[in-house]
Design a binder for this molecule. Structure first.
Ligand code: GTP
Ligand code: MN
Ligand code: MN
Length: 372
């Protein structure tokens, strides 16, 4: 049966930042399986394996057609033996026994539930599982000490695990714009993260805020947060102040991807208007008056805006690959603040994402094609 059939052999560049990855994924069954293995590795503290599975999944996401045979993958990078075995299983029998076993495993389910609580990381979840806490009920009953973030996370668990839609993101944007406009006239608010890449839903809503006059943005975050709080929009917030000083710090710590902008992790109390939201209403009682939504705010000086925009638009893997490309292929160091060229021993300025891609010797990839 196979002799006459023409089968396309795929090939794609090895860095995700060299590829155009839209949300139109032709290999979702395969990439879901690999993403689950990535998630499990990350939840088990094995970040290296996690990245390997993420890279494998991303390579498949960039293919123009569904894969039907293993022999089509000769020119596809980032596929290790383990990933290929999973792909083979899925192609031959529709599912991977390893992945299906993982889906059913008590430990994986517990890790998902517990790290699904805002403020609970892998270490805390692992510790609780060691103490026999596998469910939210058991967590509530055994009452370990929770920090402020975790208490908010547990209180709003259902809301925070319900995807945020575009209309809700727009409603949050209106609130953030009103806040910024009120405490710093002329401030500019930009939607970043997954929504900027065109996603229809997200786990949170991300914003980057700046002001066209350099320096005017300094100290903005506390004012913004206190306006939001005074208007009753905040259920939780934690603000980190800016600690980035280019001159003092230089490229000395290039590997860090923790940036040092003024930023705020928050949980918004978003009023639910009739006709919007209501997805969680589920029938009884009509729409609730409000829902909790995770919101991330970042403030950047306008001189760093392009770097912040590029660094916070994602996807996470796309960002990671950009930094790897910069380091390994260009001898440069890219962060959400700046691009440093080690060969020339100087910072390369940019006022747009296009300029940064050009500095990096990469074809420009628009946000909608950064869904690696
Ligand atoms: P969903 O929210 O799940 O829809 O996806 P998302 O792509 O918006 O993910 P998320 O909100 O977690 O992150 C948005 C972007 O911000 C991603 O590109 C991350 O790499 C980036 N990001 C998140 N945390 C940090 C951080 O601490 N520092 C920097 N520089 N970037 C971060
Ligand atoms: Mn996001
Ligand atoms: Mn975020």
């Amino acid at each position: 049966e196979q002799q006459t059939e023409e089968v396309e052999v795929f090939s794609t560049p090895s860095y995700a930042c060299q590829r155009r990855t839209t949300l139109d994924n032709h290999n979702a069954v395969l990439t879901d399986a690999l993403s689950l293995l990535a998630e499990n590795a990350e939840l088990s503290g094995e970040d290296g394996r996690g990245v390997a599975f993420r890279r494998a999944a991303a390579a498949l996401k960039a293919l123009p057609l569904p894969v039907t045979r293993l022999t089509q993958l000769g020119g596809v990078p980032c596929l290790g033996g383990h990933s290929l075995r999973v792909i083979k299983d899925v192609l031959e029998s529709g599912a991977s026994p390893e992945v299906e076993a993982l889906r059913r495993s008590e430990r994986f389910k517990a890790l998902k539930v517990l790290t699904g609580i805002f403020g609970v990381g892998v270490k805390t979840a692992g510790r609780w599982i060691g103490e026999g806490i596998l469910t939210l009920r058991q967590l509530r009953d055994s009452g370990p000490t929770l920090n402020r973030a975790q208490r908010a996370g547990l209180r709003h668990y259902d809301d925070l695990n319900r995807p945020v839609g575009r209309a809700e993101a727009a409603a949050v944007a209106a609130v953030v714009e009103a806040a910024a406009g009120s405490v710093l006239p002329g401030a500019r608010v930009t939607l970043i993260g997954g929504f900027r890449r065109g996603k229809q839903t997200g786990h949170d809503v991300d914003f980057l805020i700046t002001h066209p006059e350099e320096g005017r943005e300094a100290g903005l975050m506390p004012k913004l947060v206190s306006w939001l709080d005074s208007q009753g929009f905040l259920l939780y917030q934690k603000t980190n102040s800016n600690s980035y000083l280019e001159a003092a710090e230089g490229p000395a710590r290039p590997a860090s991807n923790m940036d040092r902008f003024e930023r705020c992790f928050s949980v918004f109390k978003l009023p639910e208007e009739a006709g919007r939201g209501g997805a969680g209403a589920g029938g009884e009682g009509g729409p609730r008056p409000w829902r909790a939504v995770r919101v991330d705010l970042v403030v950047s000086p306008v001189s760093q805006f392009a770097f912040a925009l590029l660094g916070w638009t994602g996807s996470k893997l796309f960002e990671r690959e950009l930094r790897r490309w910069a380091g390994h292929e260009m001898n440069m160091c890219l962060s959400s603040h700046a691009l440093y060229d080690h060969r020339q021993s100087r910072y390369l300025r940019a006022s747009s994402e296009e300029e940064i891609f050009a500095h990096l010797g990469l074809e420009y990839i628009p946000p909608s094609e950064r869904n690696a």
